[in-house]
Design a protein around this ligand. Sequence first.
Ligand SMILES: NC(=O)c1ccc[n+]([C@@H]2O[C@H](COP(=O)([O-])OP(=O)(O)OC[C@H]3O[C@@H](n4cnc5c(N)ncnc54)[C@H](O)[C@@H]3O)[C@@H](O)[C@H]2O)c1
Length: 328
Amino acid sequence: MQKNMTLGVGILGAGTMGTLHAEILSEDPRVELVAVTDIQQEARDRFAGRFHVQPFRNLESMMERGIEILYITTPNTTHTKPTLEALRNNIHVFCEKPFATSLQEAKQIVEAASASQSVYQGGHNRRFAPAYRFLKDRIDQGFTPYLATIKMNDGDLKDPPWLSDRTKTGGFLYETTIHLLDTALWLMGDAIEVTALAKDNLYPDLVDWAILIGFRNGGMATLTSSGHASWHTPTERVEIIGDHAILVCEGTDSVSHSPGLGQPVEILSFHQLPRKQRWGYIQENDAFIRAVRGELPSAFSVVEGFKIIQLIEACYQSVKTGRTIRLE
Ligand SMILES: NC(=O)c1ccc[n+]([C@@H]2O[C@H](COP(=O)([O-])OP(=O)(O)OC[C@H]3O[C@@H](n4cnc5c(N)ncnc54)[C@H](O)[C@@H]3O)[C@@H](O)[C@H]2O)c1
């Protein structure tokens, strides 16, 4: 790819996340927002007016117009079909989480991405948020993660209304907890076993979870997640215990690192960073565009995407069977 080539971007899904990515991309000279499609005419026309792009009735007509990059920002269970279509047409794909909402879909995406010339990146923004990167950097620098305590809560599942509809989300783990399940794998390594309890308290879905994960390297984690915790912060928290050492991350706001007995504790706060930077959205878009331009390897492999889906499915299977599930 020529370095000075401007890449045409089409957005599928003109809601909250489609708009957030478009705000970031519209300030990036390496790309040009050119098209949008959404099942709601009003949503696509409003988006088209705001970002000066052409609205299309569906993905097929938007692809016929010619785009180099597709952003998929529709509800979860609608991600796989456009991902496959784009990859088969060698269009680069940025798809919001989840990667897929079943193992079968996840396998199809792995196969399509392997056969495609294009780059795929999933919207796992925590990997790019400075607070979570701090944890990753310390682990890469030698901190051994023995035991993690992780939580990820939502205040409610009311806005947008599809958040409590399993047919749209694929289930609560696919909608909310996926962020911290991905983070657990990223920080602790491959999972080998999982045991989970879950209840459908207050919503027509399993929205309260207590999960135990065993990792290949011997590490262990407990992860709790609720869909009705109120928006009291931090809504997410990670604590990783090392060799007489600890790493703590309070959402995307602050981190601390106690490197050893009798040593000073390193404390950092990111709360003054602009939101899109604090949550890693700007950085994830930058990494994706750089991968598309061939400047960096892809920051998120489809194999990693597959492993997240495998872990989520194992959690559901554990609840269904009442057993510990071993991962292949
Ligand atoms: N990474 C994050 O921090 C984060 C945060 C929120 C949401 N998300 C993810 O982003 C995605 C979108 O969430 P949102 O909050 O923007 O939702 P939203 O409801 O605000 O927007 C979704 C848009 O997609 C449109 N749509 C629905 N089905 C469609 C279809 N089949 N074809 C075309 N358009 C369709 C809707 O009309 C709507 O405009 C979801 O997958 C969600 O899990 C990620």
